[in-house]
Ligand binder design. Structure first.
Ligand SMILES: [Zn+2]
Length: 207
């Protein structure tokens, strides 16, 4: 039973250097790990359009350690338990990194910090909802600590770009957001945050 579920995970948690990369190879593109899609340089994100600081953000210098752990699991080099432990350790390091980097904020208008958690843990631990719940409680405490380091008048936004279905062990289309300010209109899609962030920043092209 255990081995079968490991096989299932190894089969399903895979990232390939797929066709997308081959097709786009002639264009300047920002990549993230082995994902098949990238951001063409002609497409600007809020990180390009504002005076910004990106903390380990996908496509903007993310170190891909979470993918490396996944690849080692897929190659059979790490057991499920070793993988979960490696992710726990990485999660602790990520929390500290963001706190350290937030201390260094000077005159940036947008600071974007990325954490591959809880997503990546849920891929491996979706059959253990108690552990997932514990992780969410910990994240909740962490956000409180982080928020204390940021001035109260600064817009503080937490966004997930998708949810997770614990029954199927796959992403769901329901995301989550939380903000210390009332957002009007209410964002309904992940792309709605682009305009919100541009408007909240001092970018010259805000509307
Ligand atoms: Zn995921």
């Amino acid at each position: 039973m255990f081995l079968r579920s490991l096989k299932f995970l190894r089969k399903h948690i895979q990232l390939s250097l797929g066709l997308g990369r081959k097709v786009l190879h002639a264009m300047p593109v920002k990549w993230w790990g082995g994902l098949e899609y990238g951001i063409p340089s002609s497409q600007k994100t809020f990180l390009d359009l504002t005076k910004s600081k990106a903390i380990n953000a996908p496509f903007y210098g993310n170190d891909c350690y979470s993918f490396i752990i996944m690849q080692r699991f897929n190659a059979g080099e790490l057991s499920l338990q070793q993988t979960a432990e490696a992710y726990q350790k990485l999660y602790m390091e990520r929390k500290n990194l963001i706190l350290r980097e937030v201390e260094k904020i000077r005159d940036e208008d947008v600071v974007f910090a990325f954490m591959h958690f809880p997503d990546i843990l849920q891929h491996f631990l979706f059959t253990k909802p108690v552990k997932i719940k514990k992780h969410y409680f910990d994240l909740n405490n962490y956000v409180r600590t982080l928020k204390r380091k940021i001035d109260a008048d600064v817009t503080f936004l937490i966004v997930s770009d998708h949810g997770f279905d614990l029954k199927t062990g796959t992403h769901s289309e329901h995301g989550f957001y939380s903000c210390n300010k009332h957002l009007d209109p209410k964002p309904e899609q992940i792309t709605d945050f682009f305009k919100i962030i541009i408007n909240e920043s001092n970018a010259p092209n805000r509307t």
